[in-house]
Ligand binder design. Structure first.
Ligand code: ATP
Ligand code: MG
Length: 915
């Protein structure tokens, strides 16, 4: 049965049982604390924790999931993908254990011709939480599973909660026995690959008061409304129903694996074992390729771009691992153009938008592969240099963990952790690659040292992120305020800049407090506020809050640390603040207006760029600040200045048209019908806010805006540049800031034309005239000094020495370009003629690096003297390498102080040859 069919049957089955079909939420969910959606229940979490009221009592979905912790398992077990789909059925205070178990049994065992999955009941096992006799009784009563195939397990396996106080409860898992070929008998406790978990039923029935770890928590009591959350792994079931060994061989994944095998000339499955953990490493790599290509496709499809942190980094890592695995399998050319379309063909059966959006998706993926290939090329050179330095005995590092004299236990030559880290950090060279390539050259890498530096960097990054986004890593303080408020903070800022509210919470030094006094830095929560919290690319409002008792607070920053809560970072300038106080919150209107103008300008530039470059130029980030903004978008090439000029002209023309800017709340479908931009990333089903500039730019946006385009006054684009593979950035000024910028440029032009005695329009020509005269002069000087060096050729011929019948010229030319050095060597060789054997060796320093060049004449070659051999021994002395033909060869190194020693090495070799 095809995966798409399994999915269809799932939705039909539960729809017929009264469940509303809810579309999958995008993988990058709107909760900034989550990397990706990792389970079907994630989009429903606000209903389970009681933050929102569900619109239905029963729902079902097939949710796209990405689990990065499972990355290392890929290919090595039969059942872990980084991307997979979780089929779920959910009950919100409706049916409970009995319903969930009965539905699961019915769907799994109903024969295929009757619409079910037709699993043989004898293959099914179930687990229940050790204390959950109710569930065990229901399995016995409602299904044919005998008592010996219902196993009891503890909290680690069969208890669910969210890691925070809130709902929790026992779970019950369903396993399929795949038979003796897949492992030993004895049930899931013995072998999880043979007894594969396919479906997990969670019974949310308790309220947990404290959660210290997965297994250590306190139960406060029963929940008023009990819920069901289940998850079935679509790919796992597909592997069973398609009779294949693992989820990399199902219809949605295998074609990519086959394609990769064909490209690399490998035969997949040479090892006939069903057990994935015993597979040949090549098979594992092929599975990694197939898995990662698919995950990358789905992530880019949902709007993720490769980057150096967070979601973008996960995507980058997937793409790189796929490319790298292909290289290890022997395929060195760009591989994604052969693989990604195959994955798209398969996945678009369930996700047709992948096909329509494929131009954009593939552009991003291919550009990332190209960038990685460049990294590999340059990183390899740098790694080789570092390795040869280590081998030559000096590592150039001084952290103690380096060189052949390194720490105890380091027997041979060791590349330091700092060097490996630099390769990673500066050149994006992955550690596994460093390890492997160093090993090929017999060099060990101080991996613990590398890991230590990585951990330090991660800690620094985390501390930074924390101090920016929420003053405290622990969100508990915010949840307590949100709980006591009992509803979302009301944002009044779309309509007013001054609002009355009440102090709903105060946080000081990471703790909830009731009172704060003059001089305190606090986080203040009001039940309603006109302050815009940083979000959607728009910076936070500033301003002040005055209390009815006369106290005054200065607002420095505004954030939204958890959904529904707005927190003002404030300093108490005067008086005392107490929870419950009446407050008058006043936004700094100048700052707000200026930011709003920038935000409107961003929308207009976004729209104009899309008109100019096509729909693939989608927004990849933005920042709207007072008087300026930056806007990032996907594009593979630089935007030509003329196009940028057109964009700017178009936007400014529309400012003069003074278009009205309007915001409207509507359903997603209505927004889509209107052609609003940027639809991914929104939570399904929710109402969305669409901001329109005239009838022209329509975009989903929660930000604040100017009222008419005329208020923007002037928009000046400052330029455009790349900020990473496939993403470009435009920076611009708006309003008075744009005017000041132009006025300043005007003044500079004025000064220049005075100095250069030219009218402004003559300046470019005047300056390029001066520059070209300067270049000519420099060329003349260089030619003169070269002539002087080359003129020395006659003198060099005179300096020739006789080494046992061979004429030898050796010369240290000092600072001279390699090309000139070569001409000099060849000139001297010509002058020496071809009557007897002669060799010319010269060394010099070009751009601070030593160069050595050796030439032999025909007679010398006739007696077996080869320039390449001579250069290699010289280059070794210089701490580098080199090579070339028998008649002419060039080498170099790192140590300019050893130039004469290198020439001596050439002479030594010649003497040995002659002697
Ligand atoms: P396992 O112990 O096998 O890793 P799990 O306990 O992590 O599974 P759950 O969190 O209960 O799994 O997820 C519910 C269902 O989702 C599982 O029963 C399984 O069918 C599926 N699933 C979980 N992780 C993956 C994965 N990495 N790839 C494919 N399917 C998965
Ligand atoms: Mg797991």
């Amino acid at each position: 049965m095809e995966t798409a069919e399994i999915r269809r049957r799932w939705l039909t089955f539960f729809q017929e049982k009264g469940h509303t079909v809810v579309p999958s939420a995008p993988l990058p969910f709107d909760d900034p604390n989550l990397l990706f959606v990792a389970a079907g229940m994630v989009p429903f979490a606000p209903y389970f924790v009681g933050q929102e009221t569900p619109r239905w009592s029963r729902a079902t979905s097939v949710q796209k999931c990405v689990r990065t912790p499972d990355l290392e398992e890929v290919g090595k077990t039969s059942r872990h993908g980084t991307f997979f789909q979780m089929n779920g059925n959910f009950s919100f205070g409706d049916y409970f254990k009995e319903g969930a178990i009965a539905y699961a049994w019915e769907l799994l065992t109903t024969p295929q011709p009757s619409g079910g999955y037709g699993i043989d009941p004898d293959q099914l096992w179930a687990s229940v939480y050790e204390d959950d006799d109710e569930a065990r009784g229901l399995w016995l009563e409602l299904t044919d599973i005998p008592a010996e195939r219902i196993v009891k397990r503890g909290r680690r396996d069969n208890y669910w909660h969210m890691g925070i106080p809130g709902p929790g409860g026992p779970s019950s898992e369903i396993f399929i026995d795949r038979g003796p070929a897949y492992g030993p008998d004895g049930g899931p406790a013995v072998d999880e690959d043979r007894f594969m978990e396919v479906w997990n039923l969670v019974f949310m029935q308790y309220e947990l008061s404290a959660v210290r770890s997965k297994e250590d928590f306190d139960v406060r009591g029963p929940l008023p409304a009990r819920n069901i959350d289940t998850g079935l792994g679509l790919e796992r079931l597909a592997s069973v129903l398609q009779g294949v060994d693992n989820l990399y061989e199902i219809d949605e994944v295998f074609p990519v694996l086959q394609q990769a095998a064909e490209m690399t000339g490998k035969t997949y499955g040479d090892n006939p074992s069903h057990v994935a953990s015993q597979s040949h490493p090549d098979d594992v790599r092929l599975r990694v390729v197939a898995d990662h290509v698919r995950t990358s496709l789905m992530l880019i499809g949902d709007g993720v771009s490769p980057g150096n942190e967070g979601r973008g980094y996960v995507l980058r890592r997937m793409l790189r691992r796929a490319v790298r695995s292909m290289r290890l399998l022997g395929f060195d050319e760009p591989s994604l153009p052969h693989l990604l379309p195959v994955s798209m063909e398969r996945m678009s059966r369930s996700y047709p938008e992948l096909r329509t959006d494929f131009a954009r998706i593939s552009q991003i993926a291919y550009a990332e592969e190209e960038a990685f290939r460049r990294t590999l090329a340059s990183g390899t050179t740098i790694l080789d240099a570092a390795v040869s330095r280590v081998k030559a005995g000096h590592s150039g590092e001084s952290d103690g963990a380096v060189g052949s004299t390194g720490a105890a236990g380091v027997s041979s030559e060791t590349l330091s952790g700092a060097q490996a880290f630099a390769l990673h950090d500066t050149y994006g060279f992955p550690i596994d690659l460093t390890l492997e390539m160093a090993a090929e050259q017999g060099v060990v890498v101080d991996e613990p040292g590398f890991r230590r530096l990585m951990a330090e960097q991660r800690d620094r990054a985390k501390a930074d992120a924390r101090s920016k986004k929420s003053a405290h890593g622990d969100t508990g303080v915010y949840r307590r305020v949100a709980d006591s408020l009992g509803r979302d903070v009301e944002f009044t800022g779309y309509d007013e800049v001054v609002s009355e509210g009440r102090v709903a919470g105060i946080i000081r030094d990471g703790a909830n407090v009731d009172v704060a006094a003059t001089g305190d830095d606090i986080e203040l929560v009001l039940d309603r506020t006109p302050f815009y919290a940083e979000g959607g690319g728009q910076l936070a409002d500033g301003g002040r809050v005055e209390l009815a008792n006369g106290a005054v607070l200065e607002i420095r920053d505004v954030q939204r640390p958890i959904t529904g809560l707005v927190v003002h970072r404030a300093t108490v300038v005067l008086g005392e603040v107490t929870t419950g106080d009446l407050a008058n919150a006043e936004v700094d209107v100048e700052r707000r207006r200026s930011i709003s103008r920038a935000h409107t300008a961003t929308h207009m530039v976004h729209k104009a760029i899309r008109e100019a470059l096509g729909e693939t130029a989608t927004q990849a980030g933005s920042e709207n600040a007072p008087g300026r903004f930056r806007f990032d978008f996907t594009a593979q090439h630089a935007v030509p200045p003329s196009v940028l000029g057109d964009v700017e002209a178009k936007v400014n023309a529309l400012l003069l048209d003074d278009l009205p800017v309007q915001a409207e709340v509507m359903t997603q479908q209505q927004a889509r019908d209107l052609g609003a931009m940027a639809l991914f990333g929104e939570k399904y089903g929710d109402a969305v806010r669409v901001v329109s500039v005239g009838d022209w730019a329509k975009e989903l946006c929660g930000g604040t805006h100017a009222q008419r385009s005329g208020q923007l006054g002037l928009v000046k684009l400052l330029g455009e540049a790349s900020i990473g593979s496939g993403v470009r950035r435009v920076e611009a000024l708006v309003g008075a800031d744009a005017y000041s910028f132009l006025a300043r440029e005007h003044a500079i032009i004025g000064q220049l034309s005075e100095v250069l005695k030219a009218r402004p329009e003559e300046l470019p020509e005047r300056v390029s005239g001066i520059l070209s005269r300067l270049r000519d002069a420099e060329r003349e000087i260089a030619a003169a000094s070269r002539e002087k060096a080359l003129g020395g050729a006659t003198g060099l011929v005179d300096s020739a020495r006789d080494l046992g019948g061979l004429t030898f010229v050796s010369h240290d030319a000092g600072a001279l370009a390699a090309d000139d050095l070569r001409s000099l060597v060849l000139d001297v060789r010509t002058r020496l003629g071809n009557d007897g054997a002669s060799v010319v060796a010269m060394a010099g320093v070009a751009n601070g690096r030593p160069v050595v060049i050796v030439a032999t004449n025909a007679a010398a070659r006739g007696v077996g003297v080869r320039a390449g051999d001579l250069v290699r021994s010289a280059a070794r002395t210089l701490g580098g390498g080199g090579g070339g033909k028998d008649d002419l060869a060039q080498g170099g190194g790192t140590d300019p102080a050893k130039v004469s020693e290198a020439l001596g090495a050439v002479e030594d070799v010649l003497r040995q040859l002659q002697g």
